[in-house]
Design a protein around this ligand. Structure first.
Ligand SMILES: *Cc1c(COP(=O)(O)O)cnc(C)c1O
Length: 457
């Protein structure tokens, strides 16, 4: 999403329908809807990456989803690996979620007063996650992270935060900041409209680099409220960190009386019920959630120890509120989804399935000598057109490799496989992707790779 943000602001020409290539699926209805949408929304969309600026053609308008499939407005069917950017770990239109949502809706949509459903979802999370004692529900990942940062600042009475180049944490002002020049610098805003003074409070450093963060703490001694990192950075490629580095972050933040925030908007309930905290066996000070927690409805959350959370209003002085926070219909979807995830063996089977899928594709690419690696953790995967065996920081990604992704993306769409419309985006396997569909996908991937690497194309 990080790079899609940049892409959406670039002046790249509008994608033309199909690029006129023979054998392309029909996107006529989608193209017509997109023309209309452009009259209503900036760039024709309500979130920039959806505009297909970094791949061929116009965005597909989706009519419906079921299991691992989606259908577009032209009637094309796809096996979907975007899964609404991660929330749909059970696939589309899961009967248990649908039924609970419909039943809840029959009692009204919103009350702005407490309901028992909030207790139920909180209990489900807190009883099964030893890293949190209290939680607060909000309505998006952005809101969760923004609130976590405010809590960190309010609690420590310090203003500066450290974030990493290549991590995305939603679109709040403090976090729309990218690295300046030099190893340890004040950030530069990555969006117009973010005040310079805000960017000055955010220090941006490279991932997986112990020296950089050591220098940052030395340079801004006594001023750092928190270090924020994605559980596993997965918004700018999949940047798998050394386990040792994550533990180092825990140590250095403690030494400097700064909080460690795990942004688990993707990894929460994805790597396992305990997210990245359990995966690394690290106790963060604050954890943020989004995506999976709402089962496809707009839900975010942040949680921490009783002690920290007692600083949130009305108990404490850190203000945070929401008209639709804890919305009953959204809570119902979250409860139904998380209940399924608790079934024994859920993650094991999802991860095994993904591992086999990824390994088969890597074997094919390697056998053919294609410059392509597929990185993965749990049920998250990322295609990188590189011969590097590991990519741990944003700077390790070659931007020119994205040209190959563009071709790959088009060829996969033509073969009924839907990936996110940018080479910086990861893909997700859901519980609804059966062996049969994964086999079909493998064949589509093999053929598409052959097209990408066909000589003299
Ligand atoms: C998606 C995402 C966000 C933002 O969540 P929204 O619901 O889109 O506001 C924040 N952090 C991470 C790690 C994300 O992947």
């Amino acid at each position: 999403m990080l790079n899609s943000l940049k892409k959406a602001f670039s002046t790249q020409e509008e994608g033309t329908v199909n690029n006129g290539k023979k054998g392309d699926i029909s996107r006529e209805t989608s193209a017509r809807l997109y023309e209309k949408a452009k009259q209503y929304f900036p760039g024709g969309v309500n979130s920039p990456v959806r505009a297909f600026k970094s791949v061929y053609g116009t965005p597909l308008f989706i009519e419906r989803g079921d299991g691992c499939f989606i259908w577009d407005a032209d009637g094309n069917q796809f096996i979907d690996f975007c899964c609404s950017w991660g929330p749909l770990i059970l696939g589309h239109n899961h009967p248990k979620i649908r039924e609970k949502v419909v039943k809840t809706m029959e009692n009204g949509l919103s009350f702005g007063a407490p309901t028992r459903l909030e207790n139920e979802l909180a209990e489900l999370i807190l009883k099964n996650n030893k890293y949190l004692q209290k939680i607060r529900f909000v309505s998006s990942g952005t809101e969760a992270v923004m609130s976590a940062i405010r809590l960190a600042r309010g609690y420590t009475r310090k203003d500066k935060i450290i974030k990493f180049e290549g991590c995305y944490h939603g679109h709040s002002d403090s976090l729309l900041v990218k690295a300046g020049s030099g190893l340890v610098t004040f950030g530069e805003t990555s969006s117009a409209g973010v005040p310079r003074a805000f960017a000055d409070e955010t220090i941006v450093i490279p991932l997986n680099d112990q020296q950089a963060i050591t220098e940052a703490f030395a340079q801004f001694s006594g001023q750092i409220a928190a270090v924020i990192i994605e559980g596993v950075p997965a918004n700018n490629g999949l940047l798998l960190q050394d386990r040792e580095y994550i533990h180092f972050l825990r140590t250095i933040t403690r030494e400097n009386e700064a909080l460690l925030i795990f942004d688990e908007v993707i990894t929460g309930f994805r790597l396992g019920f305990g997210g990245a905290a359990a995966y690394y066996e690290v106790q963060p000070d604050i954890v943020t959630y989004g995506k999976i927690i709402g089962g496809g409805m707009p839900v975010g959350a942040y949680g921490a120890s009783d002690e920290l959370m007692s600083h949130i209003s009305p108990d404490g002085g850190v203000y945070q509120a929401g008209t639709l926070s804890g919305n009953p219909v959204a809570m119902a979807a979250g409860i139904a989804q998380l209940t399924e995830l608790k079934n024994s063996g859920f993650y094991k089977s999802l991860h095994t399935k993904t591992d086999e899928f990824v390994a088969a594709i890597q074997r094919y690419a390697t056998a053919k000598n294609y410059k392509c690696r597929i990185f993965s953790v749990g049920s998250i995967f990322w295609f990188a057109f590189t011969d590097k065996t590991s990519i741990k920081a944003a700077g390790d990604i070659d931007p020119s490799s994205m040209e190959l992704y563009k071709v790959f993306h088009r060829e996969l769409l033509n073969r009924g496989v839907y990936l996110g419309p940018s080479g910086y985006e990861v893909g997700f396997v859901s519980a609804a992707h059966s062996k049969m569909e994964l086999e079909k996908t493998k064949r589509a991937v093999f053929e598409s790779l052959d097209e990408v690497f066909r000589p003299n194309k």
